[in-house]
Design a binder for this molecule. Structure first.
Ligand code: ADP
Ligand SMILES: O=P(O)(O)O[C@H]1O[C@H](CO)[C@@H](O[C@H]2O[C@H](CO)[C@@H](O)[C@H](O)[C@H]2O)[C@H](O)[C@H]1O
Length: 462
């Protein structure tokens, strides 16, 4: 039986008091910390599960903690985001774990110990895989797996060091475990949609092998997903930049990517409910786009001169709806861009990361939406890639755009270019989002979405 299965879960009293000052400093520095720009004023424990007991050379605590922060000006009071932490505790940290250091504890029950992000620790990562393999239940934690998929023993773990919204560990190039960092109760689309696609037999998304949940006070929280690792894959963004650097046409690849996107959309429409959006629903959708534009223009002055033109991109959709036009909405990826696509060495595309935009509430992320939203996301990505090339390759994004839409039409029977008003609205909505995103995270990149904004504000699709 695995080490994890034999453990009983106990909550070490005062654990959080020990960690509090260190976490206040460490948590806001993490890429996945969602509350950037506001100080952390304290923590409360949602649940703590001891995965390896204190007292030994190494102890391991699984924590869900709520980080308290002051609300943004004018916003309603917020209980604070809940984060998943895997905290290792040792007397001293071996050099290989130095990048994972959280700090040296000088108060409470852990005084004198060194604590660190245990995902970097092979023993902790191994324990998680072992728990999934043996379908362990530890305290409120439920380690589950698809009984038809085997998990081999002894796979060597390595943490993925890329900047991410969550944290992932690769096991022997066979599996990848993504642990969600910001946790909300309810069904997480990053597990829900790949499971639905697997049931449909759609090979464009790695089928979940296992998953980790917490059952707390009658509510279920998705904490992580284990899925097959696509070996030797290139991510679409890196691949696009490489082709651009060589001045190469990316049309054949993007046509295949269009086909893959359509396969996923078609399978999702079969697997999960679709709805027809009439006038009222479309008006709500347009209102949302306008609200996001107004908020972004408020925050980024460079956007303001283009606001009226962008506004008309949205109202054009409402006008069509007022004339009786309807659209079909279905479950979609929700945050599709080149970085969410993997191409295997055999040339097969897979789509990953079905979480949607993590900053949006779960209910909103799980709502059916027109597939044009995903397509627009990808078209924006081609434009980003062309603007990021060291040597200009004029017309590169336009070629990708046409090839992608053609590939999409070949599989789905619907060419997104035949609905230019909706496509322009979604491209505009995404570009507005990107302006805000870049202003906050990568100001050097701001000119990329701003140039799209200029174009979209003056274009007339009719
Ligand atoms: N099934 C997979 N096979 C190979 N690499 C993967 C797989 N899933 C994710 N990755 C790699 O891990 C990175 C992060 O995964 P992603 O699901 O986008 O996480 P996040 O939600 O943290 O952004 C991806 O950019 C990709 O490089
Ligand atoms: O981290 P996520 O994948 O959830 O997405 C966020 O970061 C992306 C950047 O890493 C950002 O994407 C934008 O830049 C990409 C190039 O780096 C480009 O391919 C995308 O088209 C563009 O939107 C994304 O918007 C943001 O949500």
């Amino acid at each position: 039986m695995s080490e994890a299965v034999t453990r009983t879960a106990t909550t070490s009293p005062g654990l959080l008091a020990s960690l509090d000052p260190l976490l206040r400093e460490w948590l806001p520095r993490q890429r996945w910390f969602a509350g950037k720009g506001r100080p952390v004023t304290g923590f409360s424990l949602v649940t703590a599960t001891e995965l390896m007991p204190s007292g030994g050379q190494l102890a391991l605590h699984h924590l869900l903690v709520r980080a308290h922060q002051p609300s943004t000006l004018g916003a309603a009071p917020h209980p604070g985001d809940c984060y998943q932490l895997l905290i290792g505790e040792r007397e001293a940290l071996p050099p290989r774990l130095a990048p994972a250091l959280i700090g040296h504890v000088d108060q409470g029950p852990l005084a004198g110990r060194t604590v660190y992000d245990a995902l970097y620790d092979a023993r902790a990562a191994h324990l998680l895989l072992e728990a999934l393999r043996s379908r362990a239940r530890i305290g409120g934690l439920r380690f589950e797996r698809d009984p038809r998929q085997e998990i081999r023993e002894g796979l060597v773990p390595r943490v993925v060091t890329a900047e991410q919204s969550n944290s992932s560990v690769v096991y022997g190039d066979t599996f990848i475990l993504k642990l969600f960092r910001r946790i909300v109760p309810g069904i997480n689309p990053d597990l829900e949609l790949p499971l639905a696609l697997a049931r449909e037999g759609c090979p464009r998304v790695p089928a979940p092998t296992g998953w980790l949940r917490a059952e707390l006070a009658g509510e279920s929280y998705a904490l992580g997903v284990l899925q097959p690792f696509v070996q030797g894959a290139d991510d679409g963004w890196e691949l696009a930049l490489r082709e651009l650097a060589k001045g190469q046409d990316f049309g054949a690849e993007t046509r295949e990517l269009g086909r893959a996107t359509a396969e996923v959309h078609t399978a999702l429409a079969r697997a999960l409910p679709t709805v027809t959006l009439g006038h009222t629903q479309v008006q709500l959708l347009v209102d949302g786009m306008i609200e996001r534009l107004d908020a972004a223009a408020q925050a980024v002055p460079a956007l303001r001169p283009y606001a009226p033109g962008l506004h008309s991109a949205f109202t054009a959709v409402a006008d069509l709806a007022a004339e009786g036009r309807t659209w079909t909405a279905q479950r979609i990826h929700g945050d599709l861009h080149l970085g969410q696509c993997l191409r295997s060495p055999a040339g097969q595309w897979s789509l990953i990361d079905f979480e949607g935009e993590p900053s949006k509430p779960l209910a909103e992320r799980r709502m059916p939406q027109p597939p044009a939203r995903d397509i627009a996301g990808m078209l924006r990505s081609f434009d980003y890639a062309e603007h990021s090339a060291d040597v200009p390759v004029p017309g590169w994004a336009e070629t990708c755009r046409d090839a992608y839409c053609s590939g999409y039409a070949e599989v789905s029977g619907h060419d997104p270019r035949t609905d230019p008003v909706l496509l322009r609205a979604y491209e505009t909505d995404k570009a507005v989002y990107e302006v805000l995103y870049e202003a906050r995270h990568r100001p050097d990149w701001l000119p990329v979405p701003l140039s799209a904004v200029r174009r979209l504000a003056s274009s007339d699709p009719s």
